[in-house]
Structures are given as C-alpha cells and as structure tokens.
Design a protein. Structure first.
Length: 144
C-alpha cells in the first residue's frame, strides 16, 4: 500500500517523538498499529469480495455458455430423432403398402382355371376337395 523506506520511517518516528512526546508515544503507536491492522483486514475483505464477484460473473458466463451448448446439442439430437422417426414411418408405410399389394395377389394354384370359350365352367364342388392344412387324425386303438 505504502512504499516507505527506512529513512522515511526514521523521519516519521523522530517527528512523532517530538510532537507526541515520549510518554504518549507507545500508546499512540499501539493505537496506530490496531488501526492499521483493521485497515488491512478491511482492504483484504474488499479484495476478497471483488474476487468473489469476478468469479461469480465468470461462473455465470460459463453457465450461460454451457447452457447454450447443451441447447445446441439437444436441438441436434431432436433433429436427428425426428429424421429417424420420419424414415421409420416412411419405411413402415412402404412395407404396409407392399404387404397389402402382396395379399391382393391371389395364389394361382388355389384359383380355378378360367374356362376356355366353349367349355363348361366347373363349380367348387366339381374341382375336388380342398387341401387339408391340419395333420391327419391318428386312428384309435381297439382292444381285441
């Protein structure tokens, strides 16, 4: 705070001794020491408060920067999710339309042949029995 050399201190001490006197000088010096200590503590407290405020401002800036970055990442992720969801929906729709078109195509083996002009048409009972899809039943055992 003060840059006082040895010679300046000696001049101040001699002037204080002459002005204050040898009886009161120790008490005044002690009081000055206490006041100087209080002043130093006050200055240190102010410095600490200023440092805390600066750190707080830096933390607020860092927080703001971090939140902006997080919002950016969240936006990118949501964009990608929406893109993937739209692709999945598009693929599902294409799959459904293909499945519907496949179910509309009839199995040529299950349809009766189209009659040639002049031939009589056969009904379903005249074509023959429908193929069985279940396993044949096992014959029951008979006891003799």
């Amino acid at each position: 705070m003060f840059d006082v050399g040895f010679t300046e201190m000696m001049v101040i001490a001699v002037v204080a001794l002459i002005v204050i006197g040898p009886e009161r000088l120790p008490r005044v010096a002690r009081t000055m020491g206490h006041l100087f200590g209080r002043l130093q503590r006050y200055v240190n407290d102010v410095k600490a408060d200023i440092s805390r405020e600066i750190e707080l401002e830096e933390l607020k800036k860092f927080k703001s920067t971090f939140e902006d970055a997080a919002r950016g990442v969240e936006s990118e992720v949501n964009t990608e999710i929406n893109s993937v969801q739209s692709e999945v929906t598009k693929t599902q729709n294409e799959f459904s339309s293909e499945l519907n078109s496949l179910t509309k195509i009839e199995d040529p083996a299950a349809t009766p042949p189209t009659p040639v002009s002049g031939e009589p048409s056969l009904g379903p009972s005249e074509i023959g029995p429908a193929p069985r899809s279940e396993a044949p039943a096992k014959p029951e055992k008979t006891t003799v």
